[in-house]
Design a binder for this molecule. Structure first.
Ligand code: IPM
Ligand code: MN
Length: 354
């Protein structure tokens, strides 16, 4: 197969983790005889520095003509404490999501047995937890009408029925492929936008009689996630709640460095780790590349429909964990941590040998 990938490394540790994921992708393509072509694009702070725009039109055109986008991370401390910066790296990510129509963000929260000891939760609570958060990604407060004045400011949590319905369909499809349990997370006791979500979900639920649908307020859901994470199978929620809950989800598993994501919708899908740009670690070759490597596995699954290739990447990751070939964030105390690129070396060697 011919595979054409846009590679957007972004800022901070983005380039380092993407480099290792790309090596893994190359190794898998060699093994399965795929013709891989990839092209780099600018985004985030590095794009602001180079061309003054965090998501340049050139990058957008590259994404549009690609089969998939492999994305690192954006963000830079130069902007974080400067609320009056005229343009911010994060705007590039938001522009990309909006212009590519990526309305569904799929974030699996899965624990690895050998890393349960790294979780802040008790072993017996977290072991076996395995759910997917489906976050709406192009609506809500992120994109609604805003006012940013000196004495007054607001963001509007605007949703249409069409937006709610299409994300719920994605969630129901996932629930059908999994354990047939969907939790719709909202704040319908307070917010009008949430009541629309709940109304639409209640109208759609009878179309999916094989799926158990339940409804949970977001404050309760955030508590349930740490009290009983195994309760969840698929959860679906709006943009802002999903942003917050998936950070919570990522730390349940023991390390943020492990969780991949896919953003899908109308145009080319984007695959990215859910962690940020970790600027303090940039250039040190210490960041965990596994979340990006696992995002590449999701890319083979969802963008290319090549499940064997995806499974091989996941098997390589499992083997590296079992062999303690791990970066410092997840290493056991008795073993030497590997660098970012050493984990990449290990994975590539394993793929070649298996
Ligand atoms: C995420 C990030 C982004 C978001 C930021 C970087 C704009 O936190 O992908 O979760 O808030 O969506
Ligand atoms: Mn976030």
């Amino acid at each position: 197969m011919n595979l054409y990938i846009a590679v957007l490394p972004g800022d901070g540790i983005g380039p380092e983790v993407v480099a290792q994921a790309l090596r893994v992708v190359r190794a898998v393509c060699e093994k399965f005889n795929h013709q891989l072509t990839y092209e780099y694009g600018l985004c985030g702070a590095s794009a602001i520095d180079a061309v003054g725009d965090p998501y340049p039109e050139k990058t957008h055109q590259l994404c549009l003509r690609s089969d998939a986008v492999l994305y690192g991370a954006v963000g830079d401390p130069r902007f974080d404490n400067n609320p009056s910066a005229p343009v911010r790296p994060e705007q590039g990510l938001l522009a990309m999501r909006k212009k590519l129509g990526l309305f569904a963000n799929i974030r699996p929260v899965q624990t690895f047995d050998c890393l349960v000891h790294k979780s802040p939760l008790k072993d017996e609570l977290v072991r076996g937890a395995d759910f997917i958060c489906i976050r709406e990604l192009t609506g809500g407060m992120y994109f609604g009408a805003k006012l940013e004045g000196d004495d007054e400011a607001y963001d509007t949590n605007h949703y249409t029925r069409t937006e709610v319905e299409r994300i719920l369909r994605v969630a129901y499809d996932y629930a059908r492929q999994r354990r047939h349990h969907l939790t719709v997370v909202d704040k319908a006791n307070v917010l009008a936008s949430s009541r629309l979500w709940r109304k639409v979900a209640q109208q759609m639920a009878p179309e999916y009689p094989d799926v158990v649908t339940d409804y949970m307020y977001v404050d309760n859901a955030s508590m349930r996630m740490i009290q009983e994470p195994r309760f969840f199978d698929v959860m679906v929620t709006e943009n802002t709640f999903g942003d917050i809950l998936t950070d919570e989800g990522s730390c349940i598993t023991g390390s943020m460095g492990l969780l991949p994501s896919a953003s899908v919708g109308i145009h080319t899908s984007v695959f990215e780790p859910i962690h940020g740009s970790w600027p303090q670690a940039a250039g040190q070759n210490i960041a965990n590349p596994l979340a990006t490597v696992l995002s590449a596995a999701m890319m083979f699954d969802y963008a290319f429909h090549l499940p064997d290739e995806a499974a091989l990447i996941r098997a390589a990751v499992d083997a590296s964990l079992a062999a303690n070939a791990r970066t410092a964030d997840i290493q056991v105390s008795s073993a030497q941590p590997l660098s970012t690129s050493q984990v990449g070396d290990w994975l590539v060697d394993w793929i070649k040998a298996n």
